[in-house]
Each structure stands twice: as C-alpha cells, then as structure tokens.
Write a protein that binds this ligand. Structure first.
Ligand SMILES: *[C@@H]1O[C@H](CO)[C@@H](O)[C@H](O)[C@H]1NC(C)=O
Ligand SMILES: *[C@@H]1O[C@H](CO)[C@@H](O)[C@H](O)[C@H]1NC(C)=O
Length: 175
C-alpha cells in the first residue's frame, strides 16, 4: 500500500516536470507473436473481424478492408517460450488497394518487468514487405504518461501459408 502511494506520487511528480530537462531516453526491444493460424495449445491471437471488398492483386486471399483484432503475445526474445513482457492489443486494417499494407494500431500493455501495468499507444502504417516500418508513438500511461518517440518494426519470421509472423520491435522513447 505504501509502495503504491510512493509510486503514485512519483508519477504525479513526473507529470509536473517541465519538458525537455526531465526527459529520459529509453530503448526497449521485444518480439510480437502474431498468430492468424492456431496450433494445438496456441490459440489464434489475430482474428479477422471484417471482410473487405476487392481482393488485393498481390495476394488475393486478402481484401481491401479486411480487419483483424489482435491480442498478440510480446516476449523478450524471438522464441514464444521466452519470458513474456506484455500484449499488443488493437487491430490492423488492410488499407491499401494495391499493396499488402495495413493501418496497425495497438496498445503495448506491459505485464511484467519495470514497466508492468504501463502502456504505450501506437498508430502506424505497416507495409509487410518493407524491411523496416516506423511506429509513431501517440502517448502512454503509467510510467509512460506523456511519452514521445517511435518504434522500428522488422519481420523476424513470416510464414505465408499460415500468415503467422514473429515481429521484432525496437522502441526509442523519451519520457
Ligand atoms: C504485474 O502487476 C500486476 C498488478 O500489480 C501483478 O498482479 C503481477 O503479479 C505483476 N506481474 C509481474 C510478472 O510482476
Ligand atoms: C509454414 O507453415 C506451414 C503450415 O503450418 C508449415 O507446414 C511450414 O513448415 C511452415 N514453413 C516454415 C518455413 O516454417
């Protein structure tokens, strides 16, 4: 209880800090497990919730307007069995008629480690075959209240038949 109050007052102090002078830089790396196809003991974490209109020519399995809700596991390493750091909760929407490119928006919800209980909100364009995609940070909660910065997203593994992916994310934050 006391610890909780101490943490609350720290957060309150951080809230009154005056901008650039009090900002600290943080680099966080984690891996995101986007499972469209389920396996025994591993349910899908990316589930289509709308079906779009016109098939996208580069991959007619995909339609312009398809939308998936995600609750993807985030781990320290690329192996899904490595320690969990949180979940990526949000959606992606196929928003290009010509490319495999989505509007990807999610909250990074930390469930372990020093950021447990805090979140970072992201809105981005993810063109699947670009080597590096940028993830603009919109804001955050908890220790990340008032955060700014960006993430870099890289495909670590993508299985085209399953449509399952392991994505590597590096976040560069100022708070
Ligand atoms: C994260 O925080 C929650 C809520 O305070 C707590 O129940 C949980 O045990 C914490 N998890 C870890 C791995 O520290
Ligand atoms: C991709 O997924 C299919 C279907 O689960 C599997 O048979 C294949 O081995 C996977 N490919 C790779 C490179 O892991």
């Amino acid at each position: 209880m006391l610890l909780q109050m101490a943490l609350l007052s720290l957060v309150a102090l951080a809230g009154t800090g005056d901008g650039a002078k009090t900002k600290t830089r943080t680099h966080i790396r984690f891996y995101m497990h986007d499972l469209v196809t389920a396996f025994p003991g591993r349910p899908a974490t990316a589930v289509r919730i709308t079906t779009g209109t016109t098939p996208v020519p580069v991959d007619p399995r995909v339609r312009f307007g398809d939308m998936y809700v995600i609750d993807d596991l985030l781990t320290e390493g690329p192996d899904p069995a490595s320690p969990a750091v949180g979940r990526a909760q949000g959606f992606f929407l196929f928003a290009s008629q010509t490319e495999l490119a989505v509007l990807l928006s999610f909250n990074t919800v930390f469930t372990a480690g020093p950021y447990n209980g805090s979140t970072i909100a992201l809105v981005s364009r993810d063109a699947f075959f670009d080597e590096v995609r940028e993830l603009p940070v919109v804001g955050g909660t908890g220790v990340f209240r008032g955060v700014s910065g960006y993430g870099l997203l890289r495909t670590h593994i993508f299985n085209t038949s399953e449509m399952n992916a392991v994505l590597k994310i590096d976040m560069y934050l100022r708070r």
